[in-house]
Design a binder for this molecule. Structure first.
Ligand SMILES: *Cc1c(COP(=O)(O)O)cnc(C)c1O
Length: 362
């Protein structure tokens, strides 16, 4: 008998997450010096983290022998949004929170609904909890909310919505999301994943946190990995009703967010100068990349985050030729998009190097 047979079949059916290729791995594989590699593959902030976060982190190094205390970051988030502390859960990245929601509300015999081409963690979290995945065909690469509504079964307990979505960059106008929530039975949870919320132009924004008062079945997740530039520290938060938060806290590891991440997140939260700078850099970068793609005659999906997804025809071949020139982007075959590549917005010079290398790769 193989040991693997001991694992439940739903665990054995999981395909592992495929991360963006690390810089050090490409350096080893191709013998390219680390310094000359440009990684635009994981939607990281090219400015790094806020100087205030870094200063707070450096101070926190003195206290690493102590177990973490989540109080201060929870309070800072609660103060910032005017939401009770009993409605905040902290996660080791927002990925952790998606997993907690799945462990609380899914089990064998239950299902979750998500869109084709949506974030890869939704099926992972669902299957880890023994739930069944209901994947709904996308509409123009985005979520088709009417079809998702129709796909809900009596055994469905979670609907996952990423807005904006990764890896497509598509965005659902908030009026549609709100109408979806209003029409949904209260015994189905919606996890609204807003990892790219801070990159939305002001005209598209909406105070979704205010919806929490109205919808007791809503969970909103945010992260310090994207605009805050702290992907390597792993910290995110979820906001939901006190009842949901209580349940998520029961399955949460007591010390799931480490001291350095907590300190840096507190430092980062209100660094509005850094956030504005990151937002502006991204806006200019999207324009630069989109103009470059148009010049090369390549079609792209309208971008709403810090990345652009474009059709490259033989995307696997183009990706290989980009790698040889030291440029790492994200191939999307495992997202059911074998002709597309996703490029993260970098510094102006990095975007320019990507476009130059892309031209040579076509
Ligand atoms: C990056 C991302 C996340 C969060 O990642 P963490 O680093 O775990 O916070 C969540 N959802 C989407 C759609 C993402 O792209």
């Amino acid at each position: 008998m193989s040991i693997a047979a001991l694992a439940p079949s739903y665990i054995r059916a999981i395909s592992p997450y495929l991360p963006g290729k690390p810089i050090t791995q490409l350096a080893r594989e191709m013998g390219i010096p680390v310094d000359s590699i440009v990684k635009l593959a994981s939607n990281e902030n090219p400015l790094g983290m806020s100087p205030k976060a870094r200063a707070a982190l450096e101070q926190a190094i003195a206290d690493l022998s102590r177990y973490p205390d989540q109080f201060e970051l929870s309070r800072a988030i609660s103060d910032r949004y005017g939401i009770g502390m009993d409605r905040v859960v902290l996660g080791n990245g927002s990925n952790d929170l998606l997993d907690l929601a799945a462990r609380v509300f899914l089990a064998p015999g239950r299902s979750s609904v998500f869109s084709q081409h949506a974030f890869a963690v939704y099926p992972l979290a669902t299957m880890s909890a023994g739930g069944e995945c209901i994947q709904v065909p996308a509409k123009e690469f985005g979520h088709d909310l009417a079809a998702m509504r129709a796909a809900i079964r009596p055994d469905t307990s979670i609907v996952w919505i990423a807005n904006p979505n990764n890896p497509t960059g598509t965005f659902l106008p908030y009026a549609q999301v709100r109408a979806f929530l209003q029409a949904l039975p209260e015994n189905v949870l919606v996890v609204l994943d807003e990892a790219y919320n801070e990159y939305l132009p002001p005209a598209l924004r909406e105070d979704t946190l205010a919806w929490l008062a109205e919808f007791p079945n809503l969970v909103i997740t945010r992260t310090f990995s994207k605009v805050y530039g702290m992907a390597g520290l792993r910290v995110g938060y979820a906001l939901a009703s006190a009842e949901i938060v209580d349940l998520m806290n029961r399955v949460r590891q007591p010390f799931n967010v480490n001291n350095l991440a907590l300190a840096a997140a507190i430092g980062a939260l209100d660094d509005h100068v850094f956030l504005a700078e990151s937002f502006q850099l991204n806006r200019r970068g999207v324009e630069q990349i989109v103009a470059g793609l148009k010049r090369l005659g390549l079609e792209h999906i309208p971008a709403h985050g810090n990345f652009v997804t474009f059709r490259a025809g033989d995307a696997a071949g183009v990706n290989q030729r980009l790698l040889k020139q030291g440029i790492i982007v994200r191939p999307l075959a495992n997202y059911g998009m074998p002709q597309h590549l996703r490029v993260t917005i970098g510094l102006e010079t990095e975007n320019a190097r990507f476009l130059e290398a892309l031209e040579k790769s076509l």
